[in-house]
Design a protein around this ligand. Structure first.
Ligand SMILES: [Zn+2]
Length: 342
């Protein structure tokens, strides 16, 4: 296939135009709403196009594209569907959707260098509600990962549910390239990037998620959880931890009430190995996990066995933690603890 047409127009649609096409197409195939799509020149067709016009290109999935190529679906139908969806109110349009492959029973989530599951099922919990949950299949049943991902404003942007992913139509951009799904809140602002690694694994490459007064920032190699103390600053907790065993009640990252952590602390204080500062505001205990009591932040609670690396907590600006996590992930613990980056 030639990379240019007779007018010298490249097959590669520029990024800015592609985003406009995705927005116009409401981030999915204009016919069947599949979230896995390609860019289709509809009118004029690519061979006759003199420029990349977002109104003449739409998102079309491989299957619907095949139906056009084989003459079962007309270009006019695609054009009509595109016009309709472009001007439709988002409440009248189905969300883009794509299948997730958990058929072999495994369900693994990789986040901040750590691989969750099969040892821990509750990966992120906010006051008793699981926001990210990983459940391996049993007795030949497929596994599953369920998740409600929000952006840094706290709005839901992408969900994993019933082994499908669903994009939120209010997002500024949802881009799918190969195995990667990227949700942006604005130009160059990545709220979430996940990589599908089938069967059974989802890798979170970027997460910048606000949950009411809590925040989780993660890249593929580091992460931190924080509780807001002002509009711009949070108390952050980072702990490089490898969980080897967990009970069914195990929780990898948790936002909860200080009183709940007080209770947990008194329950396990003298029963397992532990370390704590003098007033027991910061506790590391092999059973109750690592927690910062006054801020209700906990990591690896009820995860009976873990190996621990660098741990740090400190008040830092959300924008600074985000910047260091992205540009110097190996320095994040030190930055949270000391405010310095080496
Ligand atoms: Zn389709």
């Amino acid at each position: 296939m030639a990379s240019q047409n007779k007018f010298g127009l490249s097959r590669n649609v520029p990024a800015k135009i592609r985003r406009q096409v995705r927005e116009n197409s409401k981030f999915g195939c204009v016919i069947c709403r599949s979230g896995f799509y390609q860019y289709e020149h509809i009118d004029p067709v690519f061979e006759c196009a003199e420029k990349h016009d977002p109104d003449a290109i739409c998102c079309l999935c491989g299957s619907c594209h095949d139906a056009v190529t084989r003459g079962r679906l007309s270009k006019q139908a695609i054009k009509a569907a595109y016009e309709k969806i472009k001007f439709a109110d988002i409440k009248d349009v189905d969300q883009p959707v794509g299948p997730l492959d958990f058929h072999n029973g495994s369900a693994e989530l990789k986040l901040g260098k750590l691989l969750y599951s099969p040892v821990v099922q509750s990966v992120l919990r906010y006051h008793g509600q699981d926001l990210i949950r990983v459940v391996p299949g049993q007795d030949g049943m497929p596994g599953s990962i369920s998740a409600d991902f929000t952006n840094s404003d706290g709005d839901v942007i992408l969900q994993l549910v019933n082994n499908e992913w669903l994009g939120n139509l209010e997002s500024w951009d949802i881009e799918v390239i190969g195995q990667k799904i990227t949700v942006r809140s604005g130009s160059g602002v990545i709220a979430l990037q996940i990589r599908l690694d089938p069967p059974g694994r989802v890798v979170i490459e970027r997460l910048d998620m606000r949950i009411h007064d809590g925040h989780v920032i993660a890249t593929e190699s580091t992460y931190a959880i924080g509780r807001y103390i002002s509009e711009t600053e949070a108390m952050w907790l980072h702990c490089e931890i490898v969980i080897n065993r967990a009970e069914s009640t195990g929780v990898a990252m948790e936002f909860t009430d200080p009183e709940k952590l007080e209770e947990r602390d008194s329950l396990f204080m003298n029963t397992s190995q532990g370390l704590a500062n003098q007033d027991r505001s910061f506790v590391m205990n092999t059973h109750s996990g690592v927690f910062l009591k006054p801020f209700g932040l906990a990591i690896a609670s009820f995860c009976g066995a873990f190996n621990m690396g660098p741990t740090a907590c400190g008040i830092r600006k959300v924008t600074d933690v985000r910047r260091v996590a992205i540009t110097k992930p190996e320095s994040l613990a030190q930055f949270i603890g000391t405010g310095q980056v080496t």
